[in-house]
Ligand binder design. Structure first.
Ligand code: FAD
Length: 401
């Protein structure tokens, strides 16, 4: 049977683009299918700042993208977590554990533009094309695609779903997912801060939901305001001055005044946890496999670990001259990834539930926990490990070029 590509990736988001570039390093022919237009053409705007773990930096170094990303990256050396109106607070510092940084914040649009330019130079991308259907035979997956100019079919050895939390591929092959609607949204905007604290990320739990402030490049900051879905419209509708004033109150006026607000965007928050990440000739990565609450800033980092895990399983199959879409290779990928995915899903889901409540007993327990962390170095180190991935193994992407 004549195959069109060794691998086809559905979705050119951050994870799909990174996956395709990783597979190209293995010398494989790769096509990517993306329903939207290219970002470089200026059709997408994302004001988020994405916190990258040190291991994710390592992956981008391997893909030779870090020098470009680094022009707009800000180091995080300290994380400050507090609870509005209560005594508990904890401060995590890179110095506590003797590392250079707990993480790095990169503007989401810069990250996607950088990945997209590399992708366009290195792989075939079917833009404005949607996955419609899939069928598998013993040796190949047949992928049906829809484009305004006409439908087409392509054959591949391995089909990879990087098509986000509502993955059509996951649904088409009958993989179920466990879902939890947090009934919350994150409102994101960029702003200027009067008294910034260098290289520090803040997370604060308030009565109306968690608040975060992360440093961006050029002296800007990104604020994330989580709120109940029923409040989203009013948070988007109020004037800039009122919105900034509410944020200042939320942060206890710690940073002086906020100014120069960008446009605000709202992101719905839910958990989608796939029951399986492989099926016949199919692998799921990134949000298609696990879409989590952003409270731990871990979703993309988790997805990049999927990218590395799949690339390494494929490399081992190539070493053995084995089928890269065969069950042995896919089982190796799934075995490698499941415990990490389970741990991150449970951690972020527990935090989301613990901090979603303002009931007094829970609030007091939460504060005692933060106080205990503050005075117990071993517990702090453990939290840094779990919350930032700062001690994770460097992510490797093998090369056959
Ligand atoms: C407010 C917020 C803040 C966050 N902050 C952080 C952070 O600091 N650090 C971190 O690690 N993570 C963070 N995350 C999580 C991170 O953004 C996601 O984990 C990551 O973007 C998922 O990328 P993805 O490529 O897997 O999926 P997506 O970004 O959803 O990409 C999926 C792609 O597939 C395409 N697609 C969908 N269906 C089809 C189809 N049928 N055919 C063709 N194409 C299709 C879509 O157009 C899209 O381009 C945050 C999330 C939110 C909401």
């Amino acid at each position: 049977m004549q195959l069109d590509y060794d691998c086809v990736v559905i979705g050119a988001g951050l994870v799909g683009a990174a996956q395709a570039l990783a597979l190209r390093r293995l010398g494989l022919s790769v096509a990517v299918v993306e329903s939207r237009r290219p970002f470089i053409a200026g059709t997408l705007g994302d004001t988020r700042g994405l916190a990258l773990a040190p291991s994710s930096r390592n992956l981008f170094e391997t893909l030779k993208l870090w020098p470009t990303l680094n022009t707009r990256v800000t180091r995080i050396r300290h994380i400050h977590v507090s609870d509005q109106g209560r005594f508990g607070a904890t401060r995590l510092s890179a110095d506590d554990v003797g590392i250079e940084a707990l993480g790095y914040v990169c503007p989401a649009d810069h990250l996607l533009a950088t990945l997209e330019s590399a992708l366009i130079a290195d792989a075939k991308v079917y833009w404005e094309t949607s996955l419609e259907n899939v069928s598998t035979s013993g040796t190949a997956a047949k992928v049906s695609l829809r484009h305004a100019l006409g439908d087409t079919e392509i054959l591949t050895r391995l089909l990879i779903g990087a098509d986000g939390p509502h993955s059509k591929l996951r649904n088409l092959v009958g993989i179920t997912s466990r879902n939890r609607d947090y009934r919350q949204s994150a409102i994101v905007a960029n702003l200027d801060v009067q008294y910034p604290e260098l290289e520090t990320a803040f997370e604060r739990f308030t009565r109306s939901g968690p608040l975060a402030l992360l440093p961006l490049d050029q002296g800007r900051h990104v604020a994330v305001r989580c709120c109940a879905n029923s409040e989203v419209e009013s948070w988007l509708a109020i004037g800039d001055e009122e919105f900034l004033a509410e944020l200042e109150i939320g942060f206890g006026h710690r940073f002086g005044s906020f100014s120069h607000l960008s446009q605000r965007s709202a992101h719905d928050l839910s958990l989608n946890w796939a029951s399986e990440i492989v099926a016949d000739r199919i692998a799921l990565v990134g949000a298609a496999a696990n879409s989590i609450h952003p409270n731990g800033a871990q979703g993309l980092n988790l997805g990049l670990r999927d990218v590395s895990g799949l690339a390494n399983a494929i490399e081992q199959a190539l070493e053995r001259n084995a089928d890269i879409g065969g069950s042995e290779c896919l089982r190796a990928f799934s075995d490698r990834r499941r415990s990490d995915q389970r741990a991150v899903v449970r951690f972020t889901d527990s935090i989301a539930q613990l901090f979603a409540t303002s009931l007094p007993p829970i609030g007091i327990l939460r504060n005692l926990a933060m106080f205990a962390l503050e005075v117990t170095p071993a517990a702090k180190r453990c939290l840094i490990r779990r919350a930032t991935g700062a001690f994770d193994e460097p992510l490797s992407i093998p090369s056959r070029l």
